[in-house]
Design a protein around this ligand. Structure first.
Ligand code: PGA
Length: 250
């Protein structure tokens, strides 16, 4: 299903509403969470839902999709820090998991993380952003669809984009731990968020192009329960392909 929202804030609101619906249906849901600019408004809305007593996240198990290797949790560029800032420090106690940032053995950390996800029963709901290279989580172009949680080497376009956030004088880590594509695809429901015109072409390629590991998000065409949330800006170019939407039952 494709939903076009008026603004990026409304995309965040719609995503938060899906989290709320999931938690009302199953309070102990296992939910995978992304970071980045796109989901910030989703976290803001989730915090409001919790504060107004609309939902409780206490029983849920949250798993972040990825984390850089080589940063401490306190580093403002780590995803652990991002989650503290946008969600965790602002709500009730919550069961939250994220791969360790400063691990000496990233391979071991990755396989332990996969085991944790499996023990929890897999994801009921997986929220995703998309990179301009088509990555989901940190599954960069070329990542096999059969991948489980693993150590990933970041694509030059990802490093370049992220270097703007890191600022001058800081080196962007080129290694991360990410939940794999197979693990993501086992989710009972996937919600992909894309906002802004810069995501238009990659979204179009992912949804209507060839299903190939060169475009990791293209694997989502195979998922039986996919919701895509886009803002008008991002939809503008994608929507020209109306017949394709019909073909994909979007
Ligand atoms: P962004 O990142 O929300 O900052 O654009 C998305 C992603 O890389 O998954």
């Amino acid at each position: 299903m494709l939903k076009i929202e008026k603004s990026s804030e409304m995309v965040g609101f719609a995503a938060a509403a899906m989290v709320a619906k999931q938690l009302i249906k199953k309070p102990d849901s296992v939910i995978a969470l992304p970071t980045g600019a796109t989901p910030i408004s989703m976290y803001e809305t989730i915090v409001k839902f919790v504060k107004y007593g609309i939902i409780s996240i206490e029983k849920a198990q949250l798993f972040n999709l990825d984390e850089y290797v080589g940063l401490t949790r306190e580093d403002p560029m780590s995803f652990a820090y991002y989650m503290e800032k946008h969600l965790l420090s602002r709500i009730e106690r919550v069961q939250h998991n994220i791969p360790a940032t400063d691990t000496k053995d990233p391979e071991r950390e990755a396989s332990d993380y996969e085991e944790k996800i499996e023990k929890a029963g897999g994801f009921d709901l997986c929220l995703l952003g998309i990179g301009i290279d088509g990555h989901i989580g940190f599954n960069e172009p070329g990542t096999p669809f059969s991948s489980i949680t693993h150590v990933a080497h970041l694509h030059p376009s990802t490093i370049e984009r992220n270097s703007k956030e890191f600022g001058r004088g800081r080196i962007v880590p080129d290694i991360a731990i990410t939940v794999g594509i197979k693990t993501i695809m086992k989710s009972r429901h996937i919600v992909l968020m894309a906002t802004g015109v810069e995501k238009s072409s990659i979204l179009k390629e992912s949804l209507f192009g060839e299903i190939t590991s060169d475009v990791p998000a293209s694997v989502l065409q195979l998922h039986p329960n996919l919701t895509i949330l886009v803002d008008k800006e991002c939809a503008a170019k994608v929507i020209s392909n109306a017949s394709e939407f019909h073909r994909m039952n979007l």
